[in-house]
Design a protein around this ligand. Structure first.
Ligand code: BJW
Ligand code: ZN
Length: 254
């Protein structure tokens, strides 16, 4: 689809758009790729050298804290220079058309908040926050200098880690429960830019479907979820979401 072409949508989807009250956006790394933030897996995945499972876990941090810390410092730099793209911005606009719009994101990059989305549930934490692994002291939005070694806690000398959810760690439970609640209520669930292979997060999309949501997938690649989706757009989020917003505006005028 080029920018001038009108987005084709099914009648069933059009109907849902007109009647929906509760809309859920479930997002993954792909939504930020057009902001220049690399994904974990797939064609545009930067982390070919390391599988996320190898660095995003506590044992790796204990074994090689400097390597893991520097991976996060490198990514923070990319994220701080990145800006919300047309997909993040379109989601904010959707709030004008529905009673309840919730963003459930697996991303730690803060771009939905920076775009202005009101209800963002971050399942895997936020890369801008940190805490001491020994005493829990928080170091939020602190710009650590570009050092080669992991910083130490000023209170107890413990190692400081990013406040993100690594493999084998539990998700922030209250946030996850709220995401499950919103999924069960959703009339439409958009699944955007996620390979949907990491659990329990991916379960949010299945739950929405199970409870009757119309499932819309936006991803250039086919995923495990594609066969379950009611509508699929195998294109970039930054193209589809603004076009969809235009369609929505037209529909609401009728
Ligand atoms: C575009 C695009 C464009 C490109 N437009 N699209 C079964 C049930 C439950 C759990 C498990 C299970 N089997 C295994 C587990 C354990 C594990 C797991 O899921 N492993 C699988 C990999 C097999 N899960 C866990 O360990 C979780 N915790 C847990 O289960 O706790 C309970 C427990 C505790 C103790 C013992 C046992 C159990 C925690 C998972 C934490 C994941 N953390 C990470 C790192 C976060 C911090 C950081 O950023 O560094 O989260 S890993 C990484 O993957 C990150 C992401 O949020 C997550 C998902 O990735 P995402 O977003 O889908 O990105 P990609 O790269 O995979 O996909 C991008 C997509 O975008 C692609 O499809 C592209 O095509 C597309 N795309 N450009 C639209 N322009
Ligand atoms: Zn400490």
């Amino acid at each position: 689809m080029n920018e001038k072409e009108k987005l084709q949508i099914s009648d069933a989807f059009r109907k849902r758009l007109r009647n929906a009250d509760n809309v859920l956006f479930f997002t993954g790394a792909g939504i930020s790729s057009e902001s220049g933030v690399p994904t974990f897996r797939g064609e545009s995945g930067l982390w070919k050298k390391f599988r996320p499972e190898e660095l995003a876990n506590f044992d790796a941090f204990l074994r090689n804290p400097d390597l893991v810390w520097n991976w996060y410092q490198f990514r923070r730099k990319i994220i701080r220079n990145a800006k919300p793209n047309s997909a993040h911005k379109a989601i904010v606009e959707f709030e004008k058309f529905f009673a309840d719009v919730t963003v459930v994101t697996q991303n730690v990059d803060n771009l939905h908040n920076r775009a202005g989305s009101k209800n963002v549930l971050e399942l895997h934490g936020n890369i801008e926050r940190n805490y001491c692994i020994e005493c829990g002291k928080r170091y939020d939005y602190v710009e650590f200098p570009e050092i080669e070694t992991v910083p130490k806690c000023e209170k107890c000398g413990g190692k400081i880690r990013p406040d993100v959810v690594w493999f084998g760690e539990t998700l922030p439970m209250e946030i996850f429960r709220e995401a499950e609640r919103k999924a069960a209520q959703a009339d439409i669930c958009f699944v955007i830019g996620t390979s949907a292979v990491v659990y329990p997060a991916a379960g949010i999309a299945y739950r929405a479907k199970e409870f009757g949501a119309f499932l819309v997938e936006i991803n250039p690649q086919v995923t495990d979820l594609s066969s379950l989706a009611d509508e699929t757009f195998h294109e970039k989020a930054g193209t589809v979401l603004p076009a969809l917003l235009e369609r929505l505006k037209e529909e609401m005028k009728k």
